[in-house]
Design a protein around this ligand. Structure first.
Ligand SMILES: [Mg+2]
Length: 283
């Protein structure tokens, strides 16, 4: 038996960037009538902060799978009286590359961030926290660093970076540079680099990106699958979904549909217009 499943990107699709879900979205997920799952660029901690806690605090009862770190780590989230999260599967980039190659790659990434063209000294953007983050299934490269907590300073830093980037084209230049760095590992290990969110880059293994939740859910009998994301554009971290659709070799037409949204309010409008939400009072 097949059944529709909806897969939501998290950041800027269900939430404002890096912030928790707003009450309207929490209410929408309370009233959603179709099974849904998450495919997040970030790690589990951020998804808990952005999605799980707000649902838990509002007393919403639901269960879904969260595919985090760009899709390659799968957790089951059950929210009843409190949230219970269990690991289902996890791909590790360090094992995939081997210790030596993995460390060689980390050093190459550090060297790029130290190149005069990519240092942020004169940009007015302070660097805070770790810049190369091992997220087990992927590496996140954040030139301005990733502060441990989203304090007011961290939000201000983020805004400063976004505005600097839009004026200077910094990230697109760095993307080209990172492409050259990972080129030796592209054929041999399937590495690829995409823009991650608004400030960083994700280094992932082809197939262990947002294709992974699609492949997995299809193999478990869910179809059609509707994917909702804000970054389906070229270089965006949802792009792998469009590639999955265009590379589909059958049988039949691809059972995955992708919906591009502007932000979480647009997602809410899609949920309403597609009839995914129960009316208030309807059980
Ligand atoms: Mg997003």
């Amino acid at each position: 038996m097949s059944s529709l499943a909806v897969v939501f990107d998290v950041d800027n699709t269900l939430t404002p960037p890096r912030e928790p879900m707003r009450a309207e979205m929490v209410e929408a997920l309370r009233r959603i009538r179709v099974p849904f799952h998450l495919a997040a660029g970030s790690d589990l901690d951020l998804v808990v902060e952005q999605v799980v806690r707000p649902l838990e605090c509002a007393g919403v009862q639901c269960s879904f799978d969260a595919f985090v770190c760009n899709g390659a780590e799968r957790y089951r989230c059950q929210i009843r009286d409190g949230a219970e999260i269990t690991s289902v599967s996890c791909f590790r980039l360090r094992d995939h590359l081997g210790e030596r190659t993995f460390n060689e790659l980390l050093r190459a990434l550090e060297a790029v961030l130290a190149e005069p063209e990519f240092r942020l000294d004169r940009s007015g953007v302070p660097v805070m926290g770790e810049r190369i983050i091992d997220r087990r299934s992927m590496i996140n490269v954040a030139p301005m660093g990733r502060p441990a907590r989203m304090t007011p300073e961290a939000y201000a830093q983020r805004q400063a970076f976004v505005s600097f980037d839009s004026k200077s084209g910094y990230r697109l230049r760095l993307l080209e540079r990172l492409r050259r760095v990972i080129e030796p590992y592209r054929e041999s290990h399937g590495l690829r680099v995409t823009l991650g969110g608004q400030t960083s880059f994700d280094i992932v293994v082809e197939g262990y990106d947002k294709r992974f939740p699609l492949r997995t859910l299809l193999s478990e009998g869910h179809r059609p699958i509707v994917y909702v994301g804000d970054a389906l554009f070229a270089e965006g971290n949802d792009r792998a979904v469009l590639e999955f659709i265009s590379e589909w070799e059958g049988p039949g037409t691809c059972p995955v549909e992708a919906i591009a949204v502007r932000d979480w309010t647009d997602t809410l409008a899609q949920m309403q217009s597609r009839g995914w939400l129960r009316d208030k009072g309807e059980r």
